[in-house]
Ligand binder design. Structure first.
Ligand SMILES: Nc1ncnc2c1ncn2[C@@H]1O[C@H](COP(=O)(O)OP(=O)(O)OP(=O)(O)O)[C@@H](O)[C@H]1O
Ligand SMILES: Nc1ncnc2c1ncn2[C@@H]1O[C@H](COP(=O)(O)OP(=O)(O)OP(=O)(O)O)[C@@H](O)[C@H]1O
Ligand SMILES: [Mg+2]
Ligand SMILES: [Mg+2]
Lengths: 253, 253
């Protein structure tokens, strides 16, 4: 059964891209065929696999501008069982170009549905806003994973996201479920961080993953070396946390 | 002489809002009259002063939708000599609504110019993208401050921003100067961070501020308490760094 998971949070720099890369790589290492889809015109996911978002062609831009393409038209193999549907910087203007089209929110859903059984997991990376690209991700997916930075005020950003999810469920994607809220960038040395995680647990209850992603430079250095954490430092606490997350995600359904 | 400074970097979570708040508060403590302008529909700047971006009315949305308003119509006093022009969450849809207007990139410039001599410094906070709201900020300003997180890959984001600045100078705001690049979230315990700062110095040379903003929980906790760093922990390293930045900025012109 193929699972399509969108990773979203309109707040910037909370670990969306890092989660797509490393949850994806961990799921692949467990034997799953995984596709990572980049819906961010800044293309950090794309660049972390050594592809240039200024030059890569074709890209998710084409899936947005057309009505009959599938992931297969643009996908590239990154690792064993790990594939990437890359973004191009033109994605930003593509968003404006399709504003008047009646099916503008369903472009990615169509492209992913047309790629039927090639993948066990499709993970979608989204930009830090609630614009049309993020909506395409929310409409294309069955499950939503929300990374939340473990610091004060991080939770205030979740509310507008959940309101968008509510609207999207009402109007266009009734099947969208909250897979879970993932605490990220947890600083073991900080008293505040533990307090924040306790607060998150009270608010999100069983919707919060057991896994907490720790802050660890390896997570920032790996993409600079075009590596996933599994390549770069598989025994680091952060790599092992993403492996535990992959097991939690696998067991969720 | 009034100075209008836009703080921009399309990468998420690099310290734009934290810089606008604390550079602004520091400039005010040095005796300047300061206006902080929120152009982010997520309204983190607005919320950090205890205003609710879901309810605040009027807001920068009105400055975008009209052609004859000024900051004075929406500004609120936050502290001595420190004022805020708040954002409303409707700013996101306002961006789409004005897409067809010929002067859509100059709305904020008009509103700020019409507020003539009330302020010594106007600091503009922008969202993590290069859309119309950020462009309004770049067109309204005379100076650009780019906060850059001190980690690998942080610099790859500066290029598309500088390309936009180039285009904007060519077409619509020839007066826009790069005030400086500000290294943020510097982790004293990290060898990588020092290497990254050296790299940034090579690339940006005299365009890099001498001030480096250190990573310090106080910066994340203060806004949760609706406080600036000057209120909350004026002797913390990060508060003192923002004071040094305020002196560097004051002496730049
Ligand atoms: N666990 C971690 N420990 C340390 N650094 C991290 C961790 N996770 C992510 N980072 C770093 O923090 C920065 C932000 O992370 P990331 O790019 O994944 O967030 P994002 O939500 O995708 O950001 P954006 O909103 O800009 O797309 C990145 O430079 C990344 O390398
Ligand atoms: N020097 C610092 N030390 C520790 N935490 C910091 C520091 N500066 C900012 N932060 C925290 O990091 C997060 C991101 O900072 P901030 O909101 O200022 O970035 P931003 O670039 O405005 O983000 P966005 O792109 O989402 O608008 C915030 O929660 C903030 O509290
Ligand atoms: Mg990202
Ligand atoms: Mg901000």
């Amino acid at each position: 059964m193929r699972r399509v998971i969108v990773v979203a949070n309109q707040k910037g720099g909370v670990g969306k891209t890092t989660t797509v890369i490393n949850l994806g790589a961990s799921l692949a290492s467990l034997g799953n065929r995984v596709a990572l889809v980049d819906l961010d015109s800044q293309g950090a996911l794309t660049a972390s696999f050594g592809l240039d978002p200024y030059k890569i062609n074709p890209s998710t831009t084409h899936l947005l501008l057309n009505n009959n393409l599938s992931l297969a038209h643009i996908i590239k193999r990154a690792r064993t069982r790990l594939h990437i549907a890359p973004a191009n910087s033109e994605l930003l203007s593509a968003e404006y170009r399709i504003l008047k089209q009646p099916n503008r929110t369903e472009k990615m859903r169509g492209a992913i549905e047309r790629s039927k059984n090639e993948f066990d997991f499709v993970l979608i990376d989204t930009p830090p806003n609630l614009g049309l690209l993020t909506v395409n991700g929310l409409v294309a997916a069955d499950e939503l994973l929300i990374p939340v930075k473990t610091e004060y005020l991080a939770m205030r950003g979740v509310r507008p996201l959940l309101e968008s999810v509510w609207l999207i469920r009402e109007r266009i994607n009734p099947g969208l479920k909250l897979l879970g809220v993932l605490p990220t960038m947890f600083n073991n040395n900080s008293v505040n961080a533990s307090t924040v995680v306790k607060e998150m647990k009270k608010v999100f209850k069983n919707k919060m993953f057991h896994t907490v992603i720790p802050i660890d430079e390896a997570a920032a250095v790996a993409p600079a070396a075009r590596q996933t954490l599994i390549d770069y430092k598989p025994n680091s606490p952060v790599a092992r946390a993403y492996m535990r997350l992959a097991e939690e995600v696998s067991n969720a359904y």
